[in-house]
Design a protein around this ligand. Structure first.
Ligand code: 21W
Length: 257
């Protein structure tokens, strides 16, 4: 087991035909700092490096016909198995294998939090029309989608998951308070934010925020947060319900029934 991954670090392998796409995203911003500090390890495995024919083929035509190509079993399985061997070497145990796919369950913050507790994971990013179903059956533990829209492949979805998880690695954030605050902002949208100047282009900062009255500010923020959530994402509120105090805060904005 490597020294830097023996503790609370996250070991991730991404299986992708576009390793440079994944590397470029991990070598910038918050993720690069997590990697540099040893909290996050990202390794890339390219199925093309495991292709056997002289053309290094990784895709083939779909049985049954139809448009597009399908990622072949052999190079993809070999890449996943190489990633599993690397995971064993680094952490001493098998990695959890997640395939990013439009057919997966939708990723949400609860699953992000659960997955941060995983020692190691292999993220399989598909291209073309998708991967041969037998790879899913043989090697994939879980399929995740990031939402109901169409991407060109699984790489950005994989990095969305990595990015969301990285916020929970200690020392990554620079501001651990906002992660904590989220637990009690849970199920509602953020309140509006303002910084200097006090007025710009005819738009003032809400007076209450300049009052110095911390209790009043906190109440205003709770109310604004609820109003926005009710207006834009009522599904979040019906899912979690409202306390008596929140019901009162919403006041006239909340319908009778
Ligand atoms: C998108 C591949 C659409 C294939 C029925 C049969 C990973 C993704 C992806 C992709 C199709 C995620 C069709 C949200 C996403 C991903 C590539 C299907 C037409 N329909 N989360 N054939 N959205 N997308 N093509 O696209 O790999 S997670």
């Amino acid at each position: 087991m490597t020294e830097e991954m023996s503790g609370k670090g996250l070991w991730i392998a991404v299986v992708t035909l576009f390793p440079e796409l994944v590397r470029s995203l991990s070598s910038a911003g918050v993720l690069s700092r997590a990697v540099a500090s040893g909290r996050l390890h990202i390794e890339v495995f390219n199925p093309r490096d495991f292709a056997n024919d002289r053309h290094r083929s990784v895709d083939d035509r779909p049985y049954g016909g139809g448009p597009g190509m399908v990622m072949m079993v052999e190079p993809l399985m070999a890449a996943i198995e190489a990633a599993q061997a690397a995971a064993r070497g680094a952490t001493g145990s098998a990695a959890h294998v997640i395939c990013l796919s439009p057919q997966g369950r939708a990723l949400d913050q609860q699953r992000v939090v659960e997955l941060v507790g995983t020692k190691s994971m292999i993220l399989v990013a598909g291209r073309y029309e998708g991967i041969d179903e037998r790879v899913t059956k043989l090697a994939v533990d879980e399929e995740l989608s990031i939402g109901d829209y169409v991407l060109t492949g699984g790489e950005l979805a994989a990095m969305v998951l990595v990015d969301a998880m990285s916020r929970f690695l200690p020392g990554t954030l620079g501001n651990d308070a906002s992660v904590c605050e989220e637990s009690h902002l849970d199920g509602r949208l953020d309140y509006p934010h303002y910084t200097r100047p006090e007025e710009i282009r005819g738009l003032p900062v809400p007076e209450i925020l300049l009052s110095g009255d911390h209790q009043a500010v906190e109440k205003w923020r709770r109310k604004e947060s609820l109003k926005r959530t009710w207006a834009r994402r009522p599904d979040l509120l019906t899912k979690r319900g409202l306390s008596d105090e929140e019901y009162e805060l919403l006041g006239d904005d909340f319908p009778d029934t």
